[in-house]
Ligand binder design. Structure first.
Ligand SMILES: [Zn+2]
Ligand SMILES: [Zn+2]
Length: 352
């Protein structure tokens, strides 16, 4: 089979490998669609402590079960599924609390185990037992199903920050995640969603996703614009999906007194980010961060996709063959569009 291995920082290599053999507790999955995540770009650019080279990265996976070990009972060849990212150990305190996304071991697909930028991927025992493997509706394409993992993280963020209908929400960054937030917020009854985004293409995408107002921070004063749009109060909720220290600092300014702030994107390389903590106190802000998603929200994300509760196809702007994975990464890095999805099955289809 063909696989794209990360062999060093910013080095992706197309490798010929044997189709991996599975043991009695594992599943072999044929990958049909795999999304390029912001965290993949971070690992590509900066490496990661949890990754030894060479490693096939990628965790936004949708595909077809082609083989199951004899002790696997929940799945059979032919099942069409989409995956969560985490490989919970099942034993630590977080796993015991159904918070496998905070598992102390911190194992994830594409980190300690090979991930999805390949024709086939092995789902290891712990993943089969404790991870999220969700069947998708017959009518759901693999391409859309691959959005289940990032969208589950969006749902987890909304859950944690506790946005209510009728609110005014500012979303920093209108990439795939930002646009999913914008669309989901509108669907959930936000009164006004304001996007903050530099790139012109993404400003357009934010509008298409339902943003009522789009601010270009390179040309406008974001804090002033938000104040003007909220009777000088500031936003009820601010969500920062852009990996930007400036945006994180500013989010505290644009939130109203007793408002809420969700920090969603980590900053790499790690830098100190001096913030005005007085905002926490005198504005009595609730500031939360989220990372990943629990299994039940991954299940919910699949439901949203199966039932078409949002126009999920609008979040995918580019698709690539497996051979063009490098191009997919470059496109994602260029911030030209939203989600880039690689389709390892595409080459096969052309041959048929
Ligand atoms: Zn992801
Ligand atoms: Zn655990």
């Amino acid at each position: 089979m063909q696989a794209i291995a990360l062999t060093g920082k910013q080095q992706l290599e197309l490798q010929k490998r044997d189709v991996p053999a599975i043991n009695q507790d594992e599943i072999l999955l044929k990958v049909h669609a795999i999304g390029v995540c912001g965290s993949d770009l971070r690992v590509y650019n900066h490496g990661d402590d949890r990754i030894d080279y060479p490693r096939v990265i990628g965790h936004e996976i949708a595909g077809e079960v082609v083989e199951t070990g004899e002790r696997v009972t929940r799945f059979k060849p032919g099942d069409r599924v989409t995956l969560g990212a985490h490989i919970p150990c099942g034993e630590c305190i977080y796993c015991q609390q159904n918070e496998g996304h905070h598992c102390i071991k911190g194992h994830s697909m594409g980190y300690q185990a090979d991930g999805g930028f390949a024709e086939y991927v092995v789902l290891p025992k712990k993943f089969v037992q404790n991870g999220s493997i969700q069947k998708i509706a017959d009518a759901t394409s693999y391409e859309l199903a691959s959005l289940s993992e990032p969208f589950s993280c969006v749902l987890s963020g909304l859950d944690e920050v506790g946005t209510k209908p009728g609110e005014t929400v500012v979303v920093y960054g209108a990439g795939a995640i930002g646009c999913m937030y914008i669309a989901a917020l509108k669907r959930m009854g936000a009164a006004k969603v304001i996007a903050v985004q530099r790139s012109k293409t993404r400003q357009q995408k934010a509008k298409e996703a339902g943003a009522d107002l789009v601010i270009d921070p390179s040309a406008e004063n974001t804090t002033e614009k938000v104040k003007a749009a909220t009777d000088r109060l500031g936003a009820d909720t601010v969500i920062v999906t852009a990996p930007s220290a400036d945006a994180q600092r500013e989010s505290l300014e644009v939130a109203r007194t007793t408002g809420k702030v969700l920090l969603f994107a980590g900053i790499k390389p790690v830098t100190e980010n001096p913030i005005n903590t007085n905002h926490f106190i005198y504005k009595q802000l609730k500031v939360v961060g989220t990372h990943g998603a629990p299994r039940y929200l991954h299940m919910e994300a699949v439901k949203w996709i199966d039932e078409g509760l949002l126009d999920f196809s609008s979040f995918i702007t580019h698709t690539f063959t497996l051979e063009d994975t490098e191009k997919a990464f470059q496109t994602a890095l260029s911030k030209e569009g939203l989600k880039c999805v690689v389709k390892p099955g595409e080459r096969d289809r052309k041959l048929v």
